[in-house]
Design a protein around this ligand. Sequence first.
Ligand SMILES: Nc1ncnc2c1ncn2[C@@H]1O[C@H](COP(=O)(O)OP(=O)(O)OP(=O)(O)O)[C@@H](O)[C@H]1O
Ligand SMILES: [Mg+2]
Length: 353
Amino acid sequence: MGDTDVEMEIISSDIQHPSTSTNTVLSTAKKTHNLPWIEKYRPQSFEDIVGNEDTIQRLSIFSKKGNVPNIIVAGPPGVGKTTTILCLARILLGPSFKDAVLELNASNDRGIDVVRNKVKMFAQQKVTLPPGRHKIIILDEVDSMTDGAQQALRRTMEIYSNTTRFALACNYSEKVIEPIQSRCAVLRYSKLTDAQVLARIIQICQKEQVNYTEDGLESIVFTAQGDMRQALNNLQSTHNGFEIVNSENVFKVCDEPHPMLIKNMLKSCLSGDIRSAYKVIEHLWNLGYAAEDIIKNIFKVIKTMDIEESIKLAFIKEIGITHLRIADGLCSLMQMSGLLARMCSQAKSQQID
Ligand SMILES: Nc1ncnc2c1ncn2[C@@H]1O[C@H](COP(=O)(O)OP(=O)(O)OP(=O)(O)O)[C@@H](O)[C@H]1O
Ligand SMILES: [Mg+2]
């Protein structure tokens, strides 16, 4: 959801409440109460965006000087791509933001006709802006645009380059056609580090007066895997559903196998104890977890375990092979048991060497 949507929601909720002072206070409280934290805490300026410092610093210099090139921000979900582009547009255009920005995302129709009509019309429109500033067309989730629509953008981008800039965001830059990439500066975002996610959620816990334990926040960071949106959503869901954000509650809400169980299972494999390892996997299976969830979790846990490098690599190889089979559709308990057996024998053969 874009910021404009939020604004519209806020405006419409204001209309419903007559503007007596108590009602205004109530409506303000209600408004923020109802907002999901991902929107409530969407950074409004570059300083609040965590991670990817170099890129953000470069953009912030651009934003001061104006004359920004066309850009593509590419990277995994929930790391601040849309947020960055909105901040950039807000800083560059200030009060003209409403008139001088056209935002289209995957929820809009963005076929070839829209590019031909809507985008072109907007690019042709006259808006008075300070010198060095341009209108901005934001194409979010551009990797979901058809090739035809992307092709139609090529010439538009060039023809209107003295009045309009394009800011594109996508998860996979390879899905953006080469000619568009060559017209833009490509900025790559990486996943956020655990420390960056943790620092941000601690801040938000303090603002929202969340009752939390240290292991609770660690679990949030673990489940998010560098995705800030997921971290905030998991934090809010756990906070709403339980009195306290601790590790147990987080895994209940996220419905993921508890990493402690997986860790114990991997430890059993390390000591070649297939029986104990199998008990864990059978338990998880009976709880109804899908093979895909379990295998993803095993990978997440092994990455963080402090074990000998060569064994770790051998285990990861086996986990990868099993994941491939699961992705192919073979998701039976037998596959998972096979994985355990192979890991046990890998651990044993390495010990003998
Ligand atoms: N780097 C960040 N710093 C602070 N908050 C962030 C950051 N990244 C994401 N968030 C939080 O997550 C929410 C979603 O971020 P955003 O919409 O920018 O993700 P995105 O990178 O565009 O993801 P997608 O690829 O799914 O569109 C933001 O509203 C904000 O609350
Ligand atoms: Mg986005």
